[in-house]
Design a protein around this ligand. Structure first.
Ligand code: PHE
Length: 443
């Protein structure tokens, strides 16, 4: 509170007690990785756009949004954990960096007037630090809203048949190993009572669209491996012509019914997409009372790491030509890692004041210390030299009631050797700032 205004993308925002956006995160807003045609995220985005002709593509919507757009417009309750200052980046109490592309659902339906669209964008969430978590990542949102006419004149059924025919001709199918035919048993919104016969086809359209998407993306990779003489890599998908998918019942405040779609990859089910039938209230707010729509959202990094064989999420942010020169627009190729530099682990231990020293409880609850504050502090100082931060030890002092936490910070550069002095200097700065800012006592 009382600090200087914040600058993001050339705009100035007043700060207040909610402000928690750090300069290093703010500086990521102008990288726009998904707009670089030869970047894996740009390549993947374009391949997906190309699969859905007839949809509007929006990939330049600015990341600063209102809390109203990010949460309220989606009926996310005021006590929902995703609103926490520990989980989202706030410029101030009413302005934030979007935490998901769903923030644009209402705006695009109501103000842009699109009924079928894809949004690709950078999204921001405070999170742990490891090889698959980064506070900035990219999502794609798909929305399709059907008018009463389209629901009556066979449009939905024709589109479903066309998508099925396309993947059949490509020789790839997504097969549902689970919950087959359960669309007709899913609980619908009260608003859709009496309209079941119109909602089920929309559910079928949603599932077919996502099967078609997965078959296209994973099938393309399988054919690539075969063409380049690496059938062993193609094998890892299971078989090249059959991409197993399944639908798990999901729960989102803005869709009912909801699912999480999973794809079988290397013997494990990979959760890749959240989706469902849009809440009718959102349609009403968009002025589309008589439309019924589906929405789906998924993260691009998780998919790109699998498809391009990228082992560490920090690589997406690398400006090293040895990374960027390996990729070409229009194709999914496997990343050949350049030399791996040695990791440099450093431990930091401190006492946190505990009111109730209950063993095994969440460090955040009783102590006022929150792990994500440590994560952001380390990122701020070490930038992309930090690879992993994990709690490795925790115990409560039997007499004082204080809790001791030990975190292991692993430093490692992706593109150069670092000196011991350089890392020691970073670790010293981390220690000083932890003591100053987190209300803890270093051991
Ligand atoms: N916005 C959700 C997320 O980030 C994903 C989602 C999008 C779910 C659209 C349902 C419909 O997890």
């Amino acid at each position: 509170a009382g600090s200087a205004p914040l600058q993001v993308l050339g705009q100035t925002f007043p700060t207040d007690a909610w402000t928690n956006l750090t300069p290093s995160i703010a500086s990521k807003t102008d990288r726009k990785l998904h707009l670089i045609p030869g970047h894996p995220l740009g390549i993947l985005k374009q391949l997906i756009f190309d699969q859905f002709p007839g949809y509007a593509y929006l990939d330049t919507l600015p990341p600063v949004v209102t809390t109203e757009a990010n949460f309220d417009s989606l009926l996310i309750p005021t006590d929902h954990p995703s609103r926490s200052r520990h989980d989202a980046y706030y410029l101030n109490a009413t302005t934030m960096l979007r935490s998901h592309t769903s923030a644009h659902q209402l705006e695009v339906l109501r103000d842009h007037g699109h009924r079928a669209f894809l949004v690709a964008a950078d999204v921001y969430r405070r999170d742990e630090i490891d090889a698959s978590h980064y506070p900035v990542f990219h999502q794609m949102e798909g929305v399709r809203a059907f008018s009463p006419t389209e629901r009556a004149d066979g449009t939905i059924q024709r589109e479903i048949a066309a998508m099925q025919e396309t993947i059949r001709r490509a020789g790839v199918t997504a097969t549902e190993d689970n919950l087959v035919g359960q669309s007709d048993r899913a609980a619908l919104q009260p608003e859709h009572t009496g309209q079941a016969d119109e909602v089920y086809p929309v559910i079928d359209h949603l599932k077919t669209s996502l099967n078609y998407w997965v078959a296209g993306i994973f099938g393309r990779m399988a054919r690539y491996h075969e063409a380049t003489g690496r059938p062993d890599l193609a094998e890892r998908l299971g078989t090249t012509d059959r991409i197993p998918v399944r639908w798990i019942e999901g729960n989102f405040p803005f869709t009912t019914p909801s699912w999480e779609m999973e794809v079988l990859y290397q013997g494990a089910w990979l959760e890749i997409c959240g989706c469902g039938i849009m809440k009718q209230k959102i349609m009403d707010d968009a002025g589309l009372q008589d439309h019924i729509g589906w929405a789906a959202g998924f993260g691009l990094e998780r998919l790109a790491m699998v498809l391009f064989d990228i082992p560490d999420i920090r690589l997406f942010w690398s400006e090293d030509p040895r990374f960027l020169e390996q990729f070409r627009p229009g194709t999914i190729t496997q990343f050949a890692p350049f030399s791996k530099y040695p990791p440099c682990p450093k431990d930091i231990s401190f006492w946190v004041p505990t009111l109730l020293a209950s063993a095994g409880s969440d460090a955040a609850t009783e102590t006022g210390f929150h792990e994500n504050d440590l994560m952001d502090l380390v990122r701020e100082i070490a930038q992309d030299l930090v690879e992993d931060v994990k709690l490795v030890d925790r115990f409560a002092h039997p007499k004082t009631g204080q809790t001791s936490l030990c975190y292991r910070i692993v430093y490692r550069s992706m593109d150069r050797s670092v000196t011991n002095e350089e890392i020691n200097e970073l670790q010293e700065r981390v220690r000083t700032r932890v003591a100053e800012q987190l209300g803890v006592t270093l051991r």
